[in-house]
Write a protein that binds this ligand. Structure first.
Ligand code: FAD
Length: 311
């Protein structure tokens, strides 16, 4: 086991915000650990879980890293725990910060000297109870395989990125790819999010009211689970405990009540604003700005005002 830190990139840190955050986190941890940063890049267009796992496992066995960092895309979320298992390490998801510890506590049943992996432990912080508390977790088995919360780390540039080639023959073969939604920016990286809930009342409200508002604000559209479950928007737009964790500068919640499971996905938003007909809706407790009104009255006014400003 070395002090190296591996980052697994699915995009170029020079052009992609999430990848830059991952590179920044890798540099930070490598500095703390007194090790080197090793960047592995994979082409997401070639994504197949088994093949990616195989090549990453082999690369990590060769590099013997202390930690493997991934970003919070769906590929990484699928791979991280399985990679940790194959490497005999620990996995934690949605990590907001970390600290390399030179000597971790021994695992409970260890006697005598800590194993080399226990000596290279680390602690990580992530939210629990739907964002109501933070847990500091000591990882005793190295490597620590972590996927990181978006926008939680200063961006950086990774030098000497090693492209990992896929083997020609895998156990599975992709015969068709379908892309969900038209969005260019991942929700996790969006600076402004216009999000709708059950109060929007149907798919047409998303299409005719929220999407044009989002376009004027250069924002991404998201939704509560209730709106996704109703089939008004694709499940990929769901924000919350079982959806995406986002960290925009502004999260505009429209017709969303503010259930704890929804709030778990937006605890890192810098500003939350809401439009809701119910003045007692829990979302208002988390808001800097709020409007108690039917969104069908407010959103057209907002759009008109934004169009005037843009002229
Ligand atoms: P509602 O609770 O029905 O609220 C609709 C809101 O719209 C109300 O506040 C109402 O006053 C307002 N409204 C109605 N009409 C208008 C109008 N014309 N103009 C303005 N406002 C209006 N939920 C998530 O969102 N994400 C998750 O990841 C998630 N994970 C979950 C995991 C578990 C294990 C469980 C049990 C639940 C989870 N949920 C999640 C569901 C969550 O508990 C709530 O049921 C859900 O968030 C409610 O969505 P909503 O606020 O859109 O709908």
């Amino acid at each position: 086991m070395t002090n190296a830190v591996v980052i697994v990139l699915f995009a170029d840190p020079a052009t992609d915000r999430a990848a830059a955050g991952l590179a920044g986190a890798g540099l930070q941890l490598a500095q703390q650990a007194g090790g080197t940063l090793r960047a592995l890049s994979l082409d997401p267009d070639e994504y197949q879980p088994e093949a990616f796992l195989d090549v990453l496992t082999n690369a990590c066995r060769e590099l013997q890293p202390r930690a493997v960092l991934l970003s919070n895309d769906t590929y990484s979320q699928e791979i991280a725990p399985r990679l940790a298992h194959r490497l005999g390490g620990s996995a934690v998801w949605d990590v907001m910060s970390f600290r390399a510890a030179e000597t971790a506590r021994n695992p409970p049943h260890d006697e005598g000297d800590p194993s080399p992996s226990a000596r290279r432990g680390m602690t990580v912080v992530r939210q629990v109870y739907g964002g109501k508390a933070e847990a500091t977790i000591a990882l005793l088995r190295a490597p620590a395989v972590l996927w990181l919360r978006a926008r939680s780390f200063e961006p950086g540039i990774a030098e000497a990125v090693r492209r990992v080639e896929m083997p020609d023959a895998g156990r599975t073969r992709i015969i068709e790819r379908r892309t969900e939604g038209q969005s260019q920016t991942r929700l996790e990286d969006a600076r402004i999010i216009v999000s709708g809930g059950r109060g929007i009342g149907g798919a047409d409200g998303f299409r005719d009211e929220l999407t044009p508002l989002a376009q004027l604000l250069d924002a991404q559209v998201a939704a509560s689970r209730a709106a996704c479950d109703a089939g008004w928007v694709p499940p990929a737009l769901q924000v919350g405990q079982t959806g995406k964790k986002v960290a925009p500068d502004l999260y505009l919640a429209i017709g969303i009540t503010g259930a704890s499971q929804h709030m778990a996905g937006i605890s890192e938003a810098k500003q939350i604003a809401a439009i809701n007909i119910d003045r007692d809706a829990p979302i208002f407790k988390h808001c800097r700005f709020g409007i108690v009104e039917d969104y069908r009255k407010v959103v057209p006014l907002l759009r008109r005002k934004l169009q005037e400003i843009a002229r």
